[in-house]
Structures are given as structure tokens and as C-alpha cells.
Design a protein around this ligand. Structure first.
Ligand code: ZN
Length: 223
């Protein structure tokens, strides 16, 4: 193991994803988790099924306790998907309860439901860190999320000079940011390059910041 600072990819669906440390996301077949990887597991609002939800949640709860499952998600609320809203809320709340019980952070998928997301966090007095992934929304929403203790993860939107993500990343406290490749078939180093240039810092410094955030929020040290 070398002593350079690892680059952290906190969210990937892609089997070929790189990153010195990558959190692989999976939304089903939790029994297929292997020991040599680290994971986020969760029931995504797009794929909820009312008929199997209680089984799916108990499988999630069982596998979420594994040591290499370091975070719950992605899960959350999505007003643009056809999944029944009540079902979405129910699934989300139950996953919050699992995350709180296991003291593991959450990776949040949120589309056009930021008020509801913030209200849910307040109502349930959620203590575990919540990271809104793939952030590319406006400054006003970012401020509300910031004031309510959320973290932000940025991905491929940083590669577009005129995106919200590119405009915002430099305005946020650095201890609240993460980077990811999500479903894109790109290297995490491309995302680090773009983020470093938006933040006007060198890449080693950025790697150190993100690694530090990772250790704090995920309470994980590489073996
Ligand atoms: Zn994703």
C-alpha cells in the first residue's frame, strides 16, 4: 500500500469504476455483496415494489449491518418518477430508521422534493449524515440544505462549465463536499481534475480534503 492520499469515489453504479476507494452502489440482490468491495445499499425510489417491500427492507436491514456496507442508499424522494408518493415516503423513512440504528450515513437521491427531504430530516431528528448525491441544483436549495446539515456529492455536472454544480462547489464549506462518478463511464480522476480547477486548489490538497471528509462521515479507514 503506498502512502499517497487516496482519491475517493463515494458513489458508483459502474462495474468498471476506478478510485483508490470506491463505494459501489447496489439496489437489489444484496446477497451478492462480496467482501473485497465496499458498498452503499438501498431501495431506490424508481424501483420500489409495494408487494415485496417488507421483504426487501428486511434483506436490506440484514445486509446493511455488514462491515463493508458503509452507507445506506441511494434512497430518497423523486417527484418526477411514477412511483407512488406515499410508498416512496414510507420506504425512505424506514431506511432512515435502519441508518440511524446502524449509525451509518445515507446517500440521498432527491428530485424536485427538497422541501420534503428537509422536513423529513427535521421531523425525524435525523442524526446520521445525509449526503445529497449528484448535486446540480440551484444556490437557494444548496443554502437550505447547508443550513440543515446536509452534505453534497458532485459528479459529471462539474465537467460542464455552465452547470449549477460548477458554479456552486466553490461556495460551499469544503468539509461538506464529496465526489462521485455515479452511472457515468468516466474516471474519478476526471471529476477530481474538474473540482480542483473550480476550487482553484491543487489536486493533492483536494484529495486530502475529500479523504478527511470521508473518514469523518463514513468512519472508515482502509485496511
Ligand atoms: Zn446513483
Amino acid at each position: 500500500m503506498n502512502h499517497s492520499i487516496p482519491n475517493i469515489n463515494i458513489h458508483s453504479h459502474h462495474p468498471g469504476a476506478d478510485g483508490d476507494i470506491t463505494i459501489t452502489n447496489t439496489h437489489q440482490f444484496f446477497e451478492r455483496i462480496i467482501d473485497s468491495k465496499i458498498y452503499s445499499i438501498g431501495l431506490h425510489p424508481w424501483y420500489l415494489n409495494a408487494d415485496t417491500m417488507s421483504e426487501d427492507l428486511s434483506s436490506l436491514e440484514k445486509h446493511a449491518a455488514l462491515k463493508n456496507v458503509i452507507t445506506i442508499g441511494e434512497c430518497g424522494l423523486d417527484k418526477l418518477c411514477p412511483t407512488d408518493w406515499k410508498l416512496q415516503k414510507k420506504a425512505f423513512i424506514q431506511q432512515i430508521e435502519i441508518a440511524e440504528k446502524l449509525k451509518k450515513p445515507m446517500i440521498i437521491h432527491c428530485v424536485k422534493a427538497f422541501n420534503e427531504l428537509i422536513e423529513t430530516k427535521k421531523e425525524l431528528k435525523v442524526k446520521t449524515p445525509m449526503i445529497v448525491h449528484g448535486y446540480n441544483n440551484n444556490k437557494h436549495i444548496a443554502e437550505q440544505l447547508l443550513n440543515n446539515g446536509f452534505y453534497f456529492s458532485f459528479g459529471k455536472a462539474l465537467l460542464k462549465a455552465d452547470s449549477n454544480a460548477s458554479a456552486l462547489i466553490g461556495t460551499l464549506p469544503k468539509e461538506r463536499i464529496f465526489l462521485e462518478t455515479d452511472d457515468a463511464d468516466i474516471s474519478i480522476t476526471t471529476i477530481f481534475d474538474a473540482a480542483a480547477s473550480h476550487l482553484q486548489i491543487n489536486e493533492d490538497k483536494l484529495k486530502a480534503i475529500i479523504y478527511n471528509n470521508f473518514k469523518t462521515v463514513f468512519q472508515y479507514e482502509r485496511p
